[in-house]
Design a protein. Structure first.
Length: 257
Protein backbone atom coordinates (compact mmCIF):
# COMPACT_ATOMS: atom_id res chain seq x y z
CA UNK A 1 0.00 0.00 0.00
CA UNK A 2 1.16 3.54 -0.67
CA UNK A 3 -0.10 7.05 -1.22
CA UNK A 4 -0.86 7.75 -4.86
CA UNK A 5 1.36 10.46 -6.28
CA UNK A 6 -1.62 12.07 -8.01
CA UNK A 7 -3.92 12.07 -4.97
CA UNK A 8 -4.90 15.41 -3.46
CA UNK A 9 -4.75 15.89 0.27
CA UNK A 10 -8.20 15.81 1.82
CA UNK A 11 -9.07 18.33 4.52
CA UNK A 12 -8.79 17.33 8.17
CA UNK A 13 -11.83 17.39 10.45
CA UNK A 14 -12.70 17.20 14.14
CA UNK A 15 -14.15 13.92 15.40
CA UNK A 16 -14.09 14.42 19.17
CA UNK A 17 -16.53 12.54 21.40
CA UNK A 18 -17.01 11.28 24.96
CA UNK A 19 -16.45 7.80 26.35
CA UNK A 20 -17.88 6.30 29.52
CA UNK A 21 -15.50 5.04 32.19
CA UNK A 22 -15.62 3.83 35.79
CA UNK A 23 -13.52 5.72 38.35
CA UNK A 24 -10.83 3.45 39.85
CA UNK A 25 -8.52 5.77 41.82
CA UNK A 26 -9.11 5.68 45.60
CA UNK A 27 -6.66 8.54 46.19
CA UNK A 28 -9.18 11.17 45.08
CA UNK A 29 -11.27 12.38 48.04
CA UNK A 30 -10.80 9.11 49.93
CA UNK A 31 -12.22 7.08 47.08
CA UNK A 32 -15.72 8.56 47.16
CA UNK A 33 -15.99 8.33 43.37
CA UNK A 34 -14.62 4.81 42.93
CA UNK A 35 -17.08 2.65 41.00
CA UNK A 36 -19.01 5.60 39.60
CA UNK A 37 -19.36 6.14 35.86
CA UNK A 38 -18.21 9.39 34.25
CA UNK A 39 -18.09 10.74 30.68
CA UNK A 40 -14.50 11.41 29.58
CA UNK A 41 -13.57 13.55 26.59
CA UNK A 42 -11.69 12.08 23.64
CA UNK A 43 -10.30 14.71 21.30
CA UNK A 44 -9.68 13.59 17.72
CA UNK A 45 -8.60 15.24 14.50
CA UNK A 46 -8.74 13.11 11.36
CA UNK A 47 -6.57 13.64 8.28
CA UNK A 48 -8.32 11.26 5.82
CA UNK A 49 -6.83 9.43 2.88
CA UNK A 50 -7.95 6.61 0.59
CA UNK A 51 -5.15 4.02 0.53
CA UNK A 52 -6.31 1.77 3.38
CA UNK A 53 -3.73 2.92 5.94
CA UNK A 54 -4.50 4.75 9.19
CA UNK A 55 -1.71 6.18 11.35
CA UNK A 56 -2.70 7.02 14.92
CA UNK A 57 -0.55 9.62 16.72
CA UNK A 58 -0.52 9.49 20.54
CA UNK A 59 1.45 12.19 22.42
CA UNK A 60 2.94 12.13 25.90
CA UNK A 61 1.12 12.62 29.20
CA UNK A 62 -1.03 15.77 29.15
CA UNK A 63 -0.04 16.18 25.52
CA UNK A 64 -2.14 18.59 23.48
CA UNK A 65 -3.76 17.31 20.29
CA UNK A 66 -1.96 19.96 18.22
CA UNK A 67 1.25 20.03 20.26
CA UNK A 68 3.76 22.81 20.87
CA UNK A 69 3.86 25.18 17.89
CA UNK A 70 1.22 22.98 16.23
CA UNK A 71 3.87 20.31 15.70
CA UNK A 72 1.41 17.41 15.70
CA UNK A 73 -0.86 19.17 13.21
CA UNK A 74 2.14 19.74 10.93
CA UNK A 75 3.26 16.16 11.48
CA UNK A 76 -0.24 14.92 10.67
CA UNK A 77 -0.24 16.68 7.31
CA UNK A 78 3.25 15.38 6.51
CA UNK A 79 2.35 11.78 7.32
CA UNK A 80 -0.96 12.07 5.46
CA UNK A 81 0.90 13.12 2.33
CA UNK A 82 3.51 10.38 2.57
CA UNK A 83 1.99 7.37 4.37
CA UNK A 84 -1.80 7.43 4.73
CA UNK A 85 -4.66 8.75 6.81
CA UNK A 86 -3.84 10.14 10.26
CA UNK A 87 -5.82 10.32 13.48
CA UNK A 88 -4.43 12.67 16.10
CA UNK A 89 -5.54 12.62 19.72
CA UNK A 90 -4.54 14.17 23.03
CA UNK A 91 -3.33 12.35 26.16
CA UNK A 92 -5.37 13.58 29.13
CA UNK A 93 -4.88 12.79 32.80
CA UNK A 94 -8.28 12.34 34.45
CA UNK A 95 -8.84 12.99 38.16
CA UNK A 96 -10.22 9.83 39.75
CA UNK A 97 -8.67 7.50 37.20
CA UNK A 98 -5.38 5.61 37.48
CA UNK A 99 -3.19 6.90 34.69
CA UNK A 100 -1.49 3.61 33.84
CA UNK A 101 -4.95 2.24 33.03
CA UNK A 102 -6.56 5.31 31.46
CA UNK A 103 -3.64 5.93 29.10
CA UNK A 104 -4.24 2.46 27.65
CA UNK A 105 -8.03 2.71 27.57
CA UNK A 106 -7.91 6.08 25.81
CA UNK A 107 -5.77 4.60 23.04
CA UNK A 108 -8.02 1.58 22.64
CA UNK A 109 -11.05 3.82 22.22
CA UNK A 110 -9.23 5.73 19.47
CA UNK A 111 -8.25 2.50 17.70
CA UNK A 112 -11.83 1.28 17.96
CA UNK A 113 -13.01 4.55 16.40
CA UNK A 114 -10.54 4.08 13.54
CA UNK A 115 -11.79 0.57 12.86
CA UNK A 116 -15.47 1.53 13.06
CA UNK A 117 -14.99 4.45 10.67
CA UNK A 118 -12.36 2.88 8.41
CA UNK A 119 -14.21 3.54 5.15
CA UNK A 120 -14.67 7.25 5.82
CA UNK A 121 -11.10 7.68 7.07
CA UNK A 122 -9.09 5.41 4.79
CA UNK A 123 -11.34 4.29 1.94
CA UNK A 124 -11.46 0.58 2.85
CA UNK A 125 -13.58 -1.62 5.10
CA UNK A 126 -12.63 -2.55 8.65
CA UNK A 127 -11.44 -6.01 7.64
CA UNK A 128 -9.04 -4.54 5.09
CA UNK A 129 -7.61 -1.53 6.93
CA UNK A 130 -3.99 -1.45 8.10
CA UNK A 131 -3.17 0.52 11.25
CA UNK A 132 0.17 2.00 12.27
CA UNK A 133 0.69 3.49 15.73
CA UNK A 134 3.16 6.25 16.59
CA UNK A 135 3.59 7.47 20.14
CA UNK A 136 5.75 9.77 22.19
CA UNK A 137 6.84 9.04 25.78
CA UNK A 138 3.72 7.92 27.70
CA UNK A 139 1.88 7.51 24.40
CA UNK A 140 4.56 5.05 23.33
CA UNK A 141 4.13 3.09 26.54
CA UNK A 142 0.42 2.64 25.88
CA UNK A 143 1.11 1.53 22.31
CA UNK A 144 3.60 -1.04 23.58
CA UNK A 145 0.98 -2.39 25.97
CA UNK A 146 -2.08 -2.65 23.69
CA UNK A 147 -0.89 -3.01 20.07
CA UNK A 148 -1.02 -6.80 20.25
CA UNK A 149 -4.77 -6.72 20.93
CA UNK A 150 -5.49 -5.55 17.37
CA UNK A 151 -4.52 -7.74 14.40
CA UNK A 152 -4.92 -4.70 12.13
CA UNK A 153 -1.91 -3.04 13.83
CA UNK A 154 1.03 -4.01 11.64
CA UNK A 155 3.68 -1.46 12.64
CA UNK A 156 4.42 0.63 15.71
CA UNK A 157 6.82 3.52 16.29
CA UNK A 158 7.87 4.21 19.87
CA UNK A 159 9.55 7.57 20.36
CA UNK A 160 11.27 8.18 23.72
CA UNK A 161 9.16 5.40 25.30
CA UNK A 162 8.39 5.62 29.03
CA UNK A 163 6.93 3.17 31.53
CA UNK A 164 3.74 5.11 32.28
CA UNK A 165 1.37 2.41 31.03
CA UNK A 166 2.69 -0.01 33.66
CA UNK A 167 5.73 -2.24 33.32
CA UNK A 168 3.79 -5.50 33.49
CA UNK A 169 1.36 -4.40 30.76
CA UNK A 170 4.22 -3.15 28.58
CA UNK A 171 6.31 -6.29 28.99
CA UNK A 172 3.38 -8.60 28.30
CA UNK A 173 2.12 -6.47 25.43
CA UNK A 174 5.42 -6.34 23.58
CA UNK A 175 5.98 -10.05 24.14
CA UNK A 176 2.68 -10.79 22.38
CA UNK A 177 3.06 -8.23 19.59
CA UNK A 178 4.01 -9.80 16.24
CA UNK A 179 4.17 -6.82 13.89
CA UNK A 180 7.04 -4.44 13.21
CA UNK A 181 8.48 -2.45 16.13
CA UNK A 182 10.52 0.71 15.48
CA UNK A 183 12.07 2.80 18.26
CA UNK A 184 13.67 6.25 18.21
CA UNK A 185 15.28 7.88 21.23
CA UNK A 186 17.57 10.84 21.89
CA UNK A 187 21.16 10.36 22.97
CA UNK A 188 20.65 12.98 25.69
CA UNK A 189 17.16 11.96 26.80
CA UNK A 190 16.97 13.34 30.33
CA UNK A 191 13.62 11.75 31.20
CA UNK A 192 13.77 8.06 30.27
CA UNK A 193 17.45 7.82 29.31
CA UNK A 194 18.85 6.62 25.99
CA UNK A 195 18.96 3.00 27.22
CA UNK A 196 15.15 2.95 27.18
CA UNK A 197 15.39 2.32 23.45
CA UNK A 198 17.40 -0.88 23.75
CA UNK A 199 15.29 -1.97 26.74
CA UNK A 200 12.02 -1.71 24.83
CA UNK A 201 13.63 -3.42 21.85
CA UNK A 202 14.64 -6.33 24.07
CA UNK A 203 11.02 -6.77 25.17
CA UNK A 204 9.69 -7.08 21.61
CA UNK A 205 10.61 -10.76 21.39
CA UNK A 206 7.71 -11.69 19.10
CA UNK A 207 8.01 -8.78 16.67
CA UNK A 208 8.69 -9.56 13.02
CA UNK A 209 11.08 -6.60 12.76
CA UNK A 210 12.80 -4.61 15.52
CA UNK A 211 14.74 -1.44 14.74
CA UNK A 212 16.04 0.91 17.43
CA UNK A 213 18.05 4.06 16.73
CA UNK A 214 19.65 6.69 18.97
CA UNK A 215 19.62 10.28 17.69
CA UNK A 216 22.82 12.21 18.54
CA UNK A 217 22.54 15.56 20.35
CA UNK A 218 18.84 15.00 21.00
CA UNK A 219 16.89 15.29 24.27
CA UNK A 220 13.54 13.85 25.37
CA UNK A 221 11.51 16.54 23.60
CA UNK A 222 13.49 16.41 20.33
CA UNK A 223 14.27 20.11 20.74
CA UNK A 224 15.86 22.10 17.94
CA UNK A 225 15.02 22.40 14.26
CA UNK A 226 17.12 19.41 13.16
CA UNK A 227 15.67 17.11 15.81
CA UNK A 228 12.17 18.32 14.98
CA UNK A 229 12.75 17.39 11.36
CA UNK A 230 13.97 13.96 12.47
CA UNK A 231 10.84 13.60 14.62
CA UNK A 232 8.64 14.34 11.61
CA UNK A 233 10.66 11.98 9.41
CA UNK A 234 10.50 9.09 11.88
CA UNK A 235 7.02 7.85 10.84
CA UNK A 236 8.14 7.76 7.19
CA UNK A 237 11.27 5.83 8.20
CA UNK A 238 9.28 3.36 10.30
CA UNK A 239 6.28 2.86 8.05
CA UNK A 240 7.50 3.23 4.47
CA UNK A 241 11.31 3.23 4.34
CA UNK A 242 12.68 -0.17 5.44
CA UNK A 243 16.05 0.33 3.75
CA UNK A 244 17.18 3.46 5.63
CA UNK A 245 19.17 2.98 8.82
CA UNK A 246 17.97 6.22 10.45
CA UNK A 247 15.19 8.78 10.01
CA UNK A 248 16.66 11.56 7.87
CA UNK A 249 15.99 15.24 8.64
CA UNK A 250 15.93 15.81 4.89
CA UNK A 251 12.74 13.75 4.71
CA UNK A 252 11.09 15.68 7.53
CA UNK A 253 9.51 19.12 7.83
CA UNK A 254 10.22 22.01 10.16
CA UNK A 255 8.20 21.70 13.36
CA UNK A 256 9.90 24.48 15.33
CA UNK A 257 13.17 26.41 15.61
Amino acid sequence: MGVREDSERRESYDASFRRKAISDDPSLQDGRFVGQEFPLSVKLTVHPSDNGIIVINYPGALGDIDGYNNKYATLGNHVQQNVGAVIRTDNPVYAGFKYDVSVREHLKVVIDYALKNAVEISGVKTDDVVIYLVGFSAGSSAIAAVAHEYPQVKKILLMAPSGDAGQEAITEGLRKYTGECHIVIGENDEVVGKDAGSFFASLATGASVVRSVVIPNCDHQFRGERNGRIMSAAPLWAFSDPDSENPSPEKGVKLYD
